[in-house]
Each structure stands twice: as structure tokens, then as C-alpha cells.
Design a protein around this ligand. Sequence first.
Ligand SMILES: Cc1cc2nc3c(=O)[nH]c(=O)nc-3n(C[C@H](O)[C@H](O)[C@H](O)COP(=O)(O)OP(=O)(O)OC[C@H]3O[C@@H](n4cnc5c(N)ncnc54)[C@H](O)[C@@H]3O)c2cc1C
Length: 407
Amino acid sequence: MTASEFLIVGGGLAAATAAETLREQGYDGAVRIVAAEADRPYIRPPLSKEYLNGSAERDSIFVHPADWYAEHDVELTISTTATALDTGAQTVTLSDGTAAHYDRLLLATGASPRRIAVDGHDAAGILYLRSVGDSETLRSALAEGGKRVVIVGSGWIGLEVAAAACGYGNDVTVIGREDEPLSAALGDELGRVFRRLHESNGVRFLLPAAIRSFTTSDGAVTGVVTESQTVPADLVIVGIGAVPATELADAAGIAVRNGVLTDEHLRTDASGVFAAGDVANAFHPVVQQRMRNEHWANAINGGKVAARAMLGQDAVFDDIPYFYTDQFDLGMEWAGYPPLAKDADVVYRGDVDAREFVAFWVAAGRVVAGMNVNVWDVNDDIQALIRSGKRVEANRLADPGIPIADL
Ligand SMILES: Cc1cc2nc3c(=O)[nH]c(=O)nc-3n(C[C@H](O)[C@H](O)[C@H](O)COP(=O)(O)OP(=O)(O)OC[C@H]3O[C@@H](n4cnc5c(N)ncnc54)[C@H](O)[C@@H]3O)c2cc1C
């Protein structure tokens, strides 16, 4: 391909990985990243874990060292938002009043926290967590300890923040809509494993419950009102999911439905425009349907595939979705196809009560997802098993004497 202008909108992990891949693939034309945030691209998982609990330094969260961009001739324009996209003229209007032309455009605009819209929602002391600034605000609020912290939402962010808040010596209550935490992702039975972990560390759960309003005094939150009670609160963290940042694509007439729609090459329906990361709802050739995954690995792998597809290579985004979490002394990795795992049977290997086990989701005799909890160096084998599509007897899956690689 002759040198042309490659523009990447969004300054997160997918954007940075795409820029890196373009250079690795030998592309020597113009690469520019336009990023709304004031920081260069960084990774978000530590924001609810080691950076929030104070065990990681700020420097450790960045995707690349500060001088990487200049060294690789990647123009990084921070604190600047792309405000309009004209797919006919192939231009993007920026918040600094300029316009940028592109030959290829990658939309890597990520997602933003879903807001809660009940009475009192804008009171001081009600926080969200997405950016490094959010994490720093939250850390200063939690670090004193001794606060009544209420977490609204019993998903990954809610539980990770609960663990960090507990670690600082706060009194923590998690309120969620489901019967068990994480049940949308893992089902009730495995959700209970996480619930027991948190309860044994002093976290209280109020499940299922819906938030009716917040009580406030002098503009600051004082409590969370559910249908059955008011839970006193000095600090509230809302973690009720994220909404893909599709405004730019939507206004440009690009097809959007729960994210920017793409094919398996991460191409949108507009010529020369691609999407990757949290914002992309991408067709997956194995499950034969679109999936939008809000995972770190999805941003990395999607960034790589999008870059190669932008260069005209036959790159296909067919990775198995992968996710990890760390909470208290529990570390886990999950890999699999969420749509196929939804109604699958779960087979366990190891000791669930001791929180040292592997769970396999099995549909029609085949493993469609697997999760290793405090068991390490097996996730690649789990992914190989999923990818193989081979039929495995449940008793063999459950037998820790048979290495997963030999199943
Ligand atoms: C607190 C937290 C903890 C997480 N923990 C885990 C974990 O343990 N494991 C895991 O797998 N995943 C985790 N995730 C999810 C993971 O971080 C995301 O999937 C990943 O950040 C997505 O990367 P992205 O580049 O697609 O989007 P983002 O990281 O959201 O980056 C998009 C960027 O684009 C910018 N932007 C948006 N619109 C515009 C515009 N119009 N113009 C310019 N810039 C724009 C945004 O400001 C943002 O900086 C976590 C997420 C959060 C928030």
C-alpha cells in the first residue's frame, strides 16, 4: 500500500495496540491518534485493582512509554475529541476546530459508565469508575478507611471495588439487581463462590434489590434507598455496566446496534472505517453472530486485527473472548463464547469450596467456556480445548488426574 493517512479515534488500549501493529507490520505512512483524555493510552484493569488499592505506581498503567509515540512516528493528539465524521469526504472534525483527513479510520472510542438516573443521583460522594482520574478520586476517598461505602452493582467492577474498599478498612455493602453477584456472567452457582469470598472478608450483600433514590444532606449523599430499606452511605460507587461510545459513528450514519457493527475483519459498513475494542459489536465467525466484549484482551486482539485489516491483509477477528479478575486472594481467568455458555451445563474439576478449581461450560458434549480459579498455567489449554470443538465426557473433565491438554 502506498503511504496514506491512518487516523485512530480514541486513546485507549485498542487505539494504542492498533498503532503499534501498523508499525510492526511495516506501514510507514502517517498514523495519528486523537484521544479525548489528557493521558496517553493506558490500561484500565489496574484502576479497580492494584492501582486502586495502592500497590501499583501510576507509571505501570501506560501501554507505551511516553517517548514511544515520537520514536515510532505516531502523532498523539491528547485532550482532543473527535466531534463529527464525514464518511463521504473522509474527514473527522476535532474539538480544537481543525479537521483531519483519513484514508483509513479506526473507531476505538471505548465505552463509558452507565449512569443511574434516580432522585439524588448527582449528589457529591456518588462516584463512577472508568478513567485514571476516577480511580485516583476513589482511592483518596477510600484510603482514609472507616467509611460506610455502598456499591451499586454486583458485577466485576462492583466486586473489585468492594475488595479494594474493604482492604482500606471501610464498611462495605454491595447492592445488586440479581440473586447472586456476577450471575449474569457466571450463573448463580459460581456467583455464590464470589459472594462467599466477599462475605468472609466482611462485605455485606443486599440482593436482589433495586435502587429507588439517594438520600442527601447539604448536597452530599447520605444513603441509598431500595424498595425495602435505606442503607446509610458516606460514599457510593456505581458500577452498573458501560455504554459503548457510538455517538460519532451513529451521527455519521454508520450502522450501530449495541456498538458499532462490524464484520469479522472489523470493517464497518462505511468504506475505509473500522472499529475495535469495547465499541465494536463484531461478527464472530465461530459463533456466527455478533458479540461486543468489554475486555482487555478484546481491545488488544481487536486492535491488532483492525490494524492488519486496515492494511488490506486478510485478518479475521476470531479470538476466544478472555477475561481475568483479582479479588482478595482469588485470581481467575475466564475464556469462552458467552452466547454458547449461556445455557450450558457446568462441570467442576478441583475444590470449589477451597476456591481452587476449574469450571467448564459444556454444551452438546463440547466445552464452550472455561474458568480457572486460583489454578494457573491452564488457560491456554482450556482455550485449545474450546477451539478444538472435540466432545469430552464430563467425568474426564472433572478428573484432575487428566491434564487438560490431554482431554
Ligand atoms: C475499572 C475497570 C477495570 C477493568 N478491569 C478489567 C479486567 O480486569 N479484565 C478485563 O479483561 N477487562 C477489564 N476492563 C475492561 C477493559 O479495560 C476495556 O475492555 C478496555 O479498556 C477497552 O479498551 P478500548 O481501547 O476499547 O476503550 P477505552 O479504554 O474505553 O478507550 C477509549 C478511549 O477513547 C476516548 N474517546 C471516546 N470518544 C472519543 C472521541 N470522540 N474522540 C476522541 N477520543 C474519544 C475515551 O475517552 C477513551 O479514553 C476494565 C475496565 C475498567 C473501566
